[in-house]
Design a protein around this ligand. Sequence first.
Ligand code: ADP
Ligand code: TYD
Length: 197
Amino acid sequence: MNGKLIVFEGIDGSGKSTQAKLLSEKLKTLGFNSEYTFEPTNREYGKKLRDSFSSNRLTIDEELDLFILDRKMHIECDMTPWLNEGKVVVLDRYYYSSIAYQGARGYDIEKIKSLHADFIIEPDLVFIFNFEIDKCLKRIEASRGATNLLENKSYLEKVDLIFKKFQGNKFIHIDASLSIDEIHNNILSFVKPLISN
Ligand code: ADP
Ligand code: TYD
């Protein structure tokens, strides 16, 4: 695979999708082949998951199973072919979200990692957005009018604590309180060296 995989993570409303889409568009204007994509996907399993967030949350085992099935399909049908074509894949949420969200719901984190070990493609960069939970919830209410079953403060606090623990060379923690342009430029400063290699 000669493409690159760049992942955006963080709690709901932190501004990930805005930045992931902006980055993918910017890369195209710079002459790179780029795809923006997201999880849960719009395929069968992803749709089932989204429905459950607005009506009746599944059991933790059902929920994690569906995220894994959805991710396997995403990797097999979309991401692997794109990466083989040399594209820069900009991915809005990945298995770090399973670690953080299903981990915060009580699933053993080491078990979540081991369930992914045999099929995951490791990313080149992971941006993790940090922003106050109250402000994230306000942004969601302002943009969508309502929050879903996952978007409550006490749950997102636990999720956020897990996200903050990802450390290492490929993890970049982003101050999401800055303006859209400032964050975009910050992100580009990490992405440009990666894609110019
Ligand atoms: P996420 O994908 O993390 O849930 P979004 O990118 O959908 O978040 O952003 C949620 C809302 O916040 C949107 O209405 C978006 O326009 C707004 N938003 C995103 N980034 C910023 C920012 N840096 N400053 C102010 N508002 C922002
Ligand atoms: P998404 O539609 O990306 O929401 P947002 O635009 O707010 O980021 O994701 C839906 C929800 O799914 C989000 O609250 C996070 C959750 N999620 C998990 O619980 N586990 C996972 O593995 C993934 C990918 C998402």
